[in-house]
Ligand binder design. Sequence first.
Ligand code: SER
Length: 340
Amino acid sequence: MIRKPVVFITGAGGEIGHGLIARLGQGGDRRIVTLDVNPLEGSLRHLVDREFTGSILDTALLERILAEYEVELVFHLAALLSTRSEFTPTTAHHVNVEGTLNLLEFAQKEGESHGRPVVFVYPSSIAVYGVPDTEVRARTGKVQEDQFTHPTTMYGCNKLYCEELGRYYARHYKQLSAEPLAGRVDFRAVRFPGLISAMTVPSGGTSDYAPEIIHAAAKREPYACFVRPDTRIPFMAMPDGVEALLALAEAPREQLTRTAYNVAAFNPSAREILDVVKQAFPDAQITWKNDAKRQGIVDSWPGDVDDSAARRDWGFSPRYDFVRAFEEYLIPTIRRRYAS
Ligand code: SER
């Protein structure tokens, strides 16, 4: 039996998966196989070759996919986000860590079976950082990849550890084994800031206040923002997030000097987000209702990150700054979406 070469996307029905499938579908030159616990939305179905509904913890299902498809590239997007993970930390650990381990094993076996390392792209997060206090946060400015890597959430711990696990699979896997290895997984990670999509709303994250403000205003629904108006963390528009994943996947291996790269585009305060949203939707009903626990999580994340390594090594260059993200992408797309 000849297996078919494909791109494999886990968590395909989530926010990033949605954007990534739509973008890959435009080119039409990649065969896409997806895995998600829920069936894909109708609008994505015609863009994928094969959709599997199931869990990344189901190793029998992964074996079946391994037998049928020659996976050249993995986007392992499935995860429980930061707020949700605090309510169910052991479940988060199962899904985020054991799930990633399963996918790394899967990619290793795929690579061994077709004789080339599988490129494995992993969305890590600003949640890997734990900045100790507001004074240090203000003094530090742009945080570099190796600073403050002491996360305060289960999700952040999971992401940081999985970066290391990926690095292990890429560099040291079975180093004492007598069996010859046909290459190792080619693991690459981006540490995403908050992502804002015009097409979907996230669920279970802590940076969710930004997309929630925008989508609620467009839908004319009241919304109580759970962080203080002066809260400031980095964000990126979803199309730039998707381009970052694709650019990192395509970068020549020898140009990569790190396992995990910061990426970011703009870092408005919650108040600044509300101000631009109110200009577009003057009757938006947004109020402030602080949730001390979720506030504590975003306060432990950097106010900004240094993404110069990503710019230098693989040409990261986001199209959307704060003004363009809202004026050219978010507001018009969201307006059209809810008008129809
Ligand atoms: N957006 C994510 C979250 O809020 C961070 O990576 O959990």
